[in-house]
Write a protein that binds this ligand. Structure first.
Ligand SMILES: NC(=O)C1=CN([C@@H]2O[C@H](COP(=O)(O)OP(=O)(O)OC[C@H]3O[C@@H](n4cnc5c(N)ncnc54)[C@H](OP(=O)(O)O)[C@@H]3O)[C@@H](O)[C@H]2O)C=CC1
Ligand SMILES: Cc1cn([C@H]2C[C@H](O)[C@@H](COP(=O)(O)OP(=O)(O)O[C@H]3O[C@@H](C)C(=O)[C@@H](O)[C@H]3O)O2)c(=O)[nH]c1=O
Length: 294
């Protein structure tokens, strides 16, 4: 059985490599297959050579603000790439595992979003990721589309590691307290992916599943807990102030959802196991902060 991982050097890609043995990797550099995935025409020939039974696509355009000015390039990675993968998987009876985002939702605080709740992305990033989900759904290939949210890890380039870097330099922080979501440790998502791939034979058509930390937090609450937990473990030397602010006080190009909490019940029914609570997962991430995923 051959499992091909695209985006092998990203945050999730690195956690997947630590979690799942024997992956064949594809990335822009340092991989078994080196490819710029914005060149969609090159993907079919690669897949025809590798002939994977399963493709895990962790490659994407993830720069939320930059996507506002580069929607066409973001669309290439977030729609054209999964569309091409889905087309190949349908013709080859292979399984596609793909990731989408809570940023497909918008709306007022309420209950956690279920997979079939109405979507209404507020950002270019959210629109391009939704287009990718829809391309997979219409291809009718065997696919698991995993909507996740607020993914963090000890690796650089995510909210928690950015907050702890600045806290470690002794900077006080201001963080928005009017956006609530489902923080997800990349280790949790990699583990859930391994479990789902093991159940891949059951997947006959595109299935949409929410896979995130369970429970809800604001970005501000996540920052406060991360700073406290990091100080307790000596990851940073001292606690810094984390001031709650409104979204308007943190100007950004893209609008983020005020409420994007994801309901993990369908994942639990599919696998027979609940997803971890988001507070517990943050504790596990901080406990293992110095362990590189791979
Ligand atoms: N991070 C988050 O909070 C969330 C992420 N998701 C989704 O999860 C998935 C994984 O995200 P995450 O690992 O955090 O994101 P990263 O930005 O860490 O990883 C994205 C990967 O895509 C690769 N990539 C981008 N452009 C190209 C290209 N032209 N050719 C080849 N590779 C390319 C990057 O390569 P390189 O390493 O060379 O830059 C990188 O490895 C994505 O689908 C994302 O939309 C969903 C919700 C939340
Ligand atoms: C770093 C920082 C951010 N913020 C705010 C800005 C924003 O509203 C919120 C999140 O910050 P970021 O811009 O780092 O995160 P953002 O890039 O919006 O993260 C998103 O990434 C994509 C890929 C996803 O799919 C989403 O699920 C989500 O994780 O926190 C502060 O208020 N203070 C800060 O110091």
């Amino acid at each position: 059985m051959t499992t091909l991982l695209l985006g092998a050097n990203g945050q999730l890609g690195r956690h997947l490599r630590a979690e799942i043995d024997g992956l064949v990797t594809c990335a822009r550099s340092d991989a078994d297959h080196v490819l710029d995935l914005s060149q969609v025409d090159h993907i079919g020939p690669l897949l025809d050579r590798v002939r994977p039974d399963t493709i895990i696509n962790a490659a994407a355009w993830t720069a939320v603000d930059d996507a506002e000015d580069h929607e066409a390039e973001a669309f290439g990675l977030n729609h054209d790439l999964p569309a091409a993968l889905a087309d190949w998987c349908r013709r080859s009876d292979a399984l596609l595992v793909h990731y989408s985002t809570d940023y497909v939702f918008s709306g007022a605080p309420g209950r956690p979003w279920r997979e079939d709740d109405p979507v209404a992305p507020e950002s270019a990033y959210g629109r391009t990721k939704l287009a990718g989900e829809q391309a997979i759904a219409t291809s009718a290939c065997r696919a698991l589309v995993l909507r996740t949210a607020w993914v963090y890890s000890a690796l650089p380039g995510n909210f928690v590691s950015a907050i702890l870097k600045r806290a470690g330099e002794g900077q006080d922080l201001k963080v928005v307290a009017d956006q609530t979501g489902s923080p997800t440790w990349a280790g949790t998502l990699a583990q859930a992916t391994r479990r789902l791939v093991a159940l891949g034979d059951r997947v006959e058509r595109p299935e949409l599943l929410h896979v995130s930390g369970q429970g809800a937090m604001t970005w501000h609450a996540l920052a406060v807990r991360a700073v406290q937990g990091a100080a307790e473990r000596g990851i940073i030397s001292d606690i810094v102030d984390v001031e709650p602010i409104a979204s308007d006080a943190w100007p950004q190009k893209a609008r983020r959802p005020a409420w994007s909490v994801l309901d993990g019940l369908r994942y639990e029914q599919f696998t027979g196991r609940p997803l971890p609570d988001c507070e517990q997962a943050l504790v596990e991430c901080l406990d293992r902060w110095s362990e590189a995923p791979c």
